[in-house]
Design a protein around this ligand. Structure first.
Ligand code: HEM
Length: 404
């Protein structure tokens, strides 16, 4: 099993204290060096479920993620939806400290610690109509525009409810998914489900920003919690029930990996604007490192721009998009082969922001037209969810909306 002996697990949990958030810095942005990674027994690490914000936004991306969307069954009213969120929140809180989630789950995670489990709940736009709450739908949850090149599969897009489960152990994550799915029976039906992965804690001697399946260091220029405007970029100020929440834009982006890997490294680097080996910006010269600031005006010895006009980091940068910013927290997926034998692999892109109209939307509008990388990408599914603030002890996520 992937777990640790019960005795030592109890001892470590007892020592850590209930509700202690472990490894709550780094990770989604660069330079991750978290308590979680330096712990000898990562299975014991836990992230508090209750608190002002939901988990799974600012914490380091765990090794494994399960995304699942559900649709309310016809005739489901506000009471039953509230009951589901109450049950889901209670189960998530139990599992986040390594206790059984309840019925279901089939013993998948017996003996395993919480492994930094986070469970994040989100509400889709159609939920508000179905529950008679259209007047409380936030303007920021307006449907996203269509972007050039989008080929989104409706069956794998949208949904009334979203659950993001992250854990550093795949069995723990799948167990939580099974438990939550069972609790939804009779109230909401699964609509789509996706699995992703990121670097496992302890996998590298030098903990650093993770890589995506194109081999790039990905996440360097994310907003960071220590930035004075971090909360303003990532967390919503309102309306009332959403204050302290966030908006998650999801995209399943397939990568044309066989084509990408046939490019020489210097060509790959020009398309991104950063060095592949260490993520240093191409504007920084040979001594630059990952953290060297990007200089979009810098020129190469031949007089051309050091960061090409169509380089991903130029086109996506806040300076190119009127300051638009978001917290990216994606995971890789590798789901077997397509009919033509190419890998069905890529990025489960997730961006959290205070308002998608000042985050994802302007950036994706520009990327879809001018990003060199986009020739190697296919946007295949997408969704937008309001992610309410966290629940206090004894409360549940979404309670102020569903009971207000
Ligand atoms: C599979 C698709 C994608 C890949 C492989 C990818 C890869 C990367 C890489 C390697 C970087 C540089 C390192 C970093 O700062 O994180 C980066 C930066 C960035 N990406 Fe992407 N990206 C993808 C999709 C997107 C999408 C869909 C958006 C938003 C609409 C986006 C927005 C950004 C932003 C805002 C930055 C930081 C730019 C800066 O300020 O320097 N990316 N991406």
């Amino acid at each position: 099993m992937t777990g640790i002996p019960a005795v030592s697990r109890r001892a470590v949990l007892g020592g850590a204290g209930a509700g202690l958030a472990v490894g709550a810095v780094g990770g989604a942005w660069g330079g991750r060096a978290s308590a979680r990674e330096s712990k000898p027994l990562p299975g014991t690490a836990r992230v508090a479920f209750h608190g002002p914000r939901q988990g799974g936004i600012v914490e380091p991306a765990q090794a494994r993620v399960e995304w699942a969307a559900f649709d309310l069954l016809p005739g489901t009213g506000r009471d039953r939806a509230a009951g589901l969120l109450r049950d889901w929140s209670a189960a998530a809180a139990r599992m986040s400290v390594g206790e059984p989630g309840g019925d279901g789950g089939g013993g998948i995670a017996l003996d395993a610690g919480p492994n930094s489990l986070t469970v994040t709940f989100g509400f889709g736009t159609a939920l508000f109509d179905k529950l008679g709450l259209a007047d409380r739908r936030p303007p920021a949850l307006a449907a996203l525009p269509a972007f050039p090149g989008d080929a989104l599969d409706p069956a794998r897009s949208d949904g009334d409810l979203w659950v993001q489960i992250g854990a550093d152990d795949a069995l723990v994550a799948v167990h939580a998914l099974r438990v939550l799915r069972r609790l939804a029976a009779g109230v909401a039906a699964p609509r789509w489900q996706m699995s992703g992965f990121a670097r496992t804690p302890g996998a590298t001697a030098r903990p650093t920003t993770g890589r995506n399946l194109m081999g790039q260091v990905d996440g360097t220029n994310n907003p960071r919690p220590q930035d004075p405007d971090f909360a303003a970029k990532v967390f919503a100020a309102g309306p009332d029930w959403m204050a302290g929440g966030s908006y998650a834009v999801l995209r399943r982006i397939r990568m044309l990996l066989d084509d990408w890997e046939s490019l020489p490294t210097d060509r790959q680097e020009r398309l991104v604007g950063r060095r592949k080996s260490d993520g240093a910006p191409l504007s920084g010269g040979p001594d630059a490192g990952e953290r060297t600031p990007v200089d979009l005006a810098a020129t190469a010895p031949d007089g051309t721009l050091a960061i090409a006009p169509d380089a991903h980091v130029r086109v996506a940068a806040p300076d190119s998009n009127g300051g638009a910013a978001m917290l990216r927290r994606g995971f890789s997926f590798h789901d077997g082969l397509l009919a033509d034998g190419s890998p069905d692999a890529g990025l489960l892109f997730a961006a959290f922001q205070a308002d998608p109209a000042r985050g994802f939307v302007p950036v994706q509008q520009r990327l879809a037209r001018g990003d060199g990388l986009s020739r190697f990408l296919r946007h295949e599914a997408g969704a937008l969810f309001a992610v309410p603030p966290g629940a206090p002890e004894g409360g549940y996520v979404g309670q102020p909306l569903l009971e207000g």
